[in-house]
Write a protein that binds this ligand. Sequence first.
Ligand SMILES: *Cc1c(COP(=O)(O)O)cnc(C)c1O
Length: 226
Amino acid sequence: MRQDINHNIQDIQDRIAAAELAAGRPAGSVQLLAVSKTKPVRAIVEAYLAGQRHFGENYVQEALSKQAELGAFDLTWHFIGPIQTNKTKAIAEHFAWVHSVDRLKVAERLSAQRPRYLPSLKVCLQVNISEEPSKSGIMLSDLATLAAAVRSLPHLSLCGVMAIPEPQFDPIIQRMVYRRFYEAVIALKVPELSGFSMGMSDDLESAIFEGATWVRIGSALFGARA
Ligand SMILES: *Cc1c(COP(=O)(O)O)cnc(C)c1O
């Protein structure tokens, strides 16, 4: 089945705008990150032609080969996957944003390896809000300490937090989980933690109600992944 990416982008932008309005938030306060992992370069080009500029990828090698093919396009790349320390150099060199920083060692390496000719790497700290120790992300109780350390790194710019909650079908539960997270982060009073990367295809409205500034959308935009 052919996916009409142009149509899907308009559709998601409409969903975002409706949720901003319903939540009483300013129009344009939520940005769309198109998650293009496993999708071909031509899908990214289609999204680009529909006006999309921010793309998220989870796998370093896959992202670098797409970036090489798409060098002529003015795209902003976000790394959103788990980070192995042996991949920090490639990430520091080839991305504008990283949403998935979850330990100081990774942050230190990203800062040290960020090329000096590029602006600071924008980072979000990934928090595990499902309370399953197996999931990536730091515990909320460790967020303030990591934020303080990351703030002092010279070539990173701390921009916010990211979370991937356990999938929940019920929007009331989706919102409750996001609200608790949002309130816990705000309570820390760390001014840099003002960005909230939260919300995916199935819960973007809930995330926007509870303060998302980036929604990371894959399947609703590019179709289901194999
Ligand atoms: C794949 C992925 C997404 C997109 O998920 P969809 O449900 O397809 O919208 C968002 N965030 C992260 C971190 C992902 O890995």
